[in-house]
Design a binder for this molecule. Sequence first.
Ligand code: NAD
Length: 307
Amino acid sequence: MSIIIDGKAYAAELRGQIKAGVEEIKGKHSITPGLAVILVGNDPASEVYVGNKGKMCREVGMEAFDFRMLADTTESQLIAKIKELGQDKKVNGILVQLPLPKHINESAVINAIDPLKDVDGLHAINAGKLATGQDGIVPCTPLGCLMLIKSVARDLSGKNALIIGRSNLVGKPMAQLLLRESCTVTISHSRTKNLPELCRNANIVVAATGKPEMIKGEWIRSGAIVIDVGINRIHLSDGSTKLVGDVAYAEALQNAKAITPVPGGVGPMTIACLLANTLKAACLQHNIENDLASGFLSISNVEQINN
Ligand code: NAD
């Protein structure tokens, strides 16, 4: 029987730990971690994400600051806002909701964020720290994926890990994290020629392509761990819609040792890791040693949840 990795349950447990961490630094240091989220334009999906982030922040006792900017905001206006928030002591984390309107250069905007407040972990300094094995802020989605993988396999050393997708947001940092765990990492992408063969050789598959159900069950090696990052809305013949991942879930379930569902797998962990990064950022900015902020990879009771 495959294990269905319950990302919702892990995320709830992680938020509980974060809430305790927030209470601790409030009590001992009178600091309330604050997250500022900037949304440029009015993309409906982004509006929902931003709303959820604010709600989750408040639930763990953090402050949430929402900034809505018009779709025709210029790059320099956005950067000026980011710089202003960089100086604001109440703001420990700054997140710019992506994607940005086409006239704005994403890299320029991300690199304008103070690296200590870069809770998405996308600044070149944080990406560089991850690539060189230094402690920095790690992108939320791959961090959550690693926690889910570790919930079903403690020792990843020597495992063949296949990452499908090479984005800065998911694929590349995921590869770095698994390399840090001593996996033998392969990164595949849209030009890769032999994906089924690479899959069949992988003990761990992390799929982040945005292509609904493109990874077939028969490609999955028996006993593999499958982490499905994709969130795709598909239209059914009866006119309704449904969310699916990048992996053909029902088929893959037959071969995998453990697999994340969509929804309810990676998604909830991404927001929980954003909160974890905000707490970590607050601790880094105030030179506070906080086990909770540094030890998020150890989730207790994980086996119990799986059994
Ligand atoms: P992206 O579009 O930036 O990157 C997609 C990657 O997939 C590219 O590197 C591309 O080379 C690769 N790819 C495309 N077709 C492929 C193919 N046929 N074979 C192999 N590789 C192929 O996307 P992203 O930001 O990395 O996100 C990927 C997916 O994950 C999307 O569905 C996105 O919605 C989802 N996502 C989910 C979460 C979450 O919290 N669950 C977070 C971020 C992204």
